[in-house]
Design a protein around this ligand. Structure first.
Ligand code: FE
Length: 214
């Protein structure tokens, strides 16, 4: 078996937003959303339980998925994917949001559509919860092409920081090697990476890290 075959699956990228009755809004980046039925229109979505957005969807039973377009740069992934809503307010000072006719909050920056779902079923998948949701509102925001996960890896994700160290000939203090997350570029300093390590930025496991020497 070659598990890398799974990398050939195509995925979109979305800013997933949730809100509560105290006007608190949070969001994260997901690639696990797909339409599953037409009548009624419904989608399936899997969210890592470590994300605050997961808990807010569990409580509020609704979400918006804003479809990220190819115009988006790395900053939207940094804002929504590489920090936790438990530490910072990701929407503090962020004005690229709008409210739909059903009260759903979606992102308007470099997105081409939004889909507002109300949860009708959940499946416990261990690390993730799968939400099945009926669409209650949706609209197209632009004609820009949707960004795929592979486009993100090829064109948006910065090269690992280790590359910069390599280019700096005066950097005599650079360590022998580092572990770099292949998903988001996070660099873990040091020779050792434990098997149960979870990337603090993108929440992917140690198996998605590669050891890079300078
Ligand atoms: Fe990562």
């Amino acid at each position: 078996m070659d598990i890398l075959a799974l990398n050939k699956i195509t995925y979109g990228l979305f800013v997933l937003t949730a809100w509560d009755d105290k006007e608190k809004v949070n969001g994260c980046i997901v690639n696990t959303l797909m339409q599953v039925t037409v009548s009624p229109n419904s989608v399936a979505l899997a969210v890592n339980k470590q994300n605050l957005t997961h808990d807010m969807i569990m409580n509020g039973k609704e979400f918006c998925a804003s479809v990220i377009s190819e115009k988006a740069d790395f900053s939207i992934f940094q804002r929504f994917g590489m920090q936790s809503g438990r530490d910072v307010d990701k929407f503090d000072g962020y004005e690229n949001v709008a409210k739909d006719s059903e009260g759903g909050i979606y992102v308007t920056e470099n997105t081409n559509a939004y889909i507002h779902g109300k949860v009708i079923n959940t499946v416990d998948l261990g690390t993730h919860t799968m939400f099945i949701a009926q669409i209650v509102d949706a609209n197209i925001l632009s004609d820009d092409t949707s960004m795929t996960y592979s486009y993100y890896h090829e064109h948006v994700k910065p090269k690992p920081v280790i590359e910069k160290a390599k280019q700096d000939e005066n950097n005599e203090e650079a360590p022998a090697g580092k572990w770099v997350c292949k998903i988001c570029g996070y660099v873990h300093e040091g020779e050792e990476l434990s098997e149960d390590f979870i990337c603090p930025w993108c929440k992917h496991p140690a198996s998605d890290f590669e050891y890079v020497t300078v």
